[in-house]
Ligand binder design. Structure first.
Ligand SMILES: C[S@@+](CC[C@H](N)C(=O)[O-])C[C@H]1O[C@@H](n2cnc3c(N)ncnc32)[C@H](O)[C@@H]1O
Length: 258
């Protein structure tokens, strides 16, 4: 679908508070997500940093340090997008390790591959759906997801894939945007996410659809305690939950038992 047609159709659909995207079937949701990311692939790096005042980089860096990598690990970055987290991980696994970034948006993968240089010999990108990863079991020392999980309504399906491809003892780490809980920050956050961001996005992208969807997908994501239980139910152990910056982002950590 051309961007123009997509914009018109999607804006029509998303008028009713983004109900279609949040509550559609898995297939319709996947197509919607792929359309969203194909529309913003070339601008998402700039917009993510701009809208988060650079905090997205701080949070990804925290995720990387929480993994305590030695340098020889095989790491899988799921929902890698333009590879922002994958490149940070690759800088840490320089003693024989490697990073495989996977995504189901070809446009986002194109952006990621465009950043590769001859110096990046330990990183590769490929197409794969988080709900059906194309890797054998027990393949990776660590599996990461940043800002991707809330796009997958069946989070348990993605978590079961993550634990399947992890080696025994391997680490899982998920960074996700979460609604803040503080009384004074909540209204500011709502104003910023539901009004300011879509307004600016409309000026920059000529469509507000991706940034109408963003805050609704954050609201629709399970609360931390519930997501923690889902991680445990999927078989992980040693689950940790680490809220950051007034709770607007959270790092979930876990391990596959040995
Ligand atoms: C907000 S971007 C995050 C990209 C990157 N991880 C980062 O930190 O900037 C979310 C990415 O998740 C991908 N995604 C969403 N659902 C997916 C799925 N089921 N399988 C694979 N990728 C998916 C989208 O295509 C998009 O590139």
């Amino acid at each position: 679908m051309s961007t123009g047609k997509y914009k018109a159709a999607s804006e029509e659909k998303s008028c009713a508070a983004g109900a279609f995207e949040i509550h559609g079937t898995q297939g319709s949701r996947d197509s919607f997500i792929q359309e969203i990311f194909s529309t913003i692939a070339s601008r998402i790096d700039f917009l993510s940093s701009f809208f988060s005042f650079g905090l997205d980089h701080v949070w990804r860096t925290k995720l990387v340090s929480s993994l305590e990598l030695n340098g020889d690990e095989q790491v899988l970055d799921v929902c890698t997008g333009t590879g922002k987290l994958a490149f940070l991980l690759a800088e840490k696994v320089v003693r024989g390790g490697s990073v495989q970034g996977v995504d189901f948006s070809r446009e986002m993968l194109r952006e990621a591959r465009g950043k590769l240089s001859p110096r990046c010999s330990n990183i590769a990108f490929s197409f794969s759906d988080a709900k059906a990863l194309d890797f054998p079991e027990n393949s990776f020392d660590a599996v990461t997801v940043s800002f991707g999980m809330r796009n997958i309504p069946d989070t348990a399906a993605a978590l079961r894939q993550a634990i399947r491809v992890l080696k025994p003892g391997g680490k899982f780490c998920c960074l996700e945007l979460t609604p803040p809980t503080g009384r004074w920050i909540k209204p500011l956050y709502k104003l910023y996410c539901f009004k300011v961001m879509p307004f600016i996005a409309m000026k920059v992208l000529n469509t507000a659809v991706p940034y109408n969807y963003l805050p609704r997908s954050i609201d629709a994501f399970p609360p931390s305690a519930e997501f923690r239980r889902t991680i445990e139910t999927c078989g992980f152990t040693a689950v940790t939950v680490h809220p950051m910056t007034f709770g607007i982002a959270t790092i979930y950590g876990a391990r596959k038992a040995r």
